[in-house]
Design a protein around this ligand. Sequence first.
Ligand code: PHB
Ligand code: FE
Length: 338
Amino acid sequence: MAATAEQITDLPVLTEAHRESAPHPVNGYKRFEIGSFRFERDEYFARIQCPTVTHVMDVENFMRSMIRDVAWGFFYGWVNFDEVFGTVNNYDSVDVFMGAYNQAYKDSGTDFTERFEPGVLQACFKGLMLDWTNAGFNPFAAPLETGSGRGPKNGSNDEAVNFQRELADRFVSLPGDTPIRSDENGRPVNRQFADVDQSEPEVHAEAGFEGQLAAFNLFKYLSRSPVTWNPSIVSIVRSSAYCPTSEEHILPVDHGNDRVEWFIQMSDEITWRVADKDSAAPMSVVTMKAGDVACMPADIRHRGFSPKRSMLLVWENLTPGLEKRYASGELPPVPATF
Ligand code: PHB
Ligand code: FE
């Protein structure tokens, strides 16, 4: 197996802005085009057209994937909406692909990739999400906590589409850390975290260190998260980022890693479906229970299934250029061999 998926090295970067049609006379949604990709939706489905094929997806699944691709700034490496369509973050550009990481499409020559300037692609995807999201549908919410995204155009939900993760100005709970404190923002404890202890830790600083030592209850913070499958960053120490998140139902994308990534299951359980990054061939199924720690290798794609809301800590290595060191084979795709 190759260390990482084959990345295309010599594509032109398209910088032309996207095009939007007038609203469809029957269902009310606009059509969006960028480069040679065309995106259309109807009451149930999203249709994506490129010069080689047309792809069809359930529209709610499509929007749950796209909102994360937008909010995460295209994330690390591969964001597969399903086994066929997705994006690759090259950091100075973004590839949009159809079947390029699916063996059957590659074998039949129907795979297709175009490369875009990140800002123009972001504007297209964001515009699409604003137009296609109906009132009452929050693509960041768990399915049991939101209305339907299906049906003809019915209002909008810009607040949900524009949702931004909270950023701490300094270490959480030190004076001036606002606005990260979810409880103070009035967010209620999630129905499935009613048993999570809400007390804050006691901090007793030595004389002279008052105001410099701090601690907060991360479980309390996560128990009040209004969104699912949307890691926030609670600490960064040099290149080490702790990204805890609250998970329920299905991670809408298959993330294809461009580096190893660690998972610490902090409560309940998640089952991960792991597949080959290049071909989408299934590789393994991993169920992580509270306390389990796993490393996702640099050469796979993974999608999580959380039967009840659970807490997961995603530990990311932000070292610049790491993706190139894995892609070249300089670093092995796993952190240890036994
Ligand atoms: C991941 O792809 O590693 C990932 C993404 C979102 C999450 C959790 C994990 O909420
Ligand atoms: Fe991942």
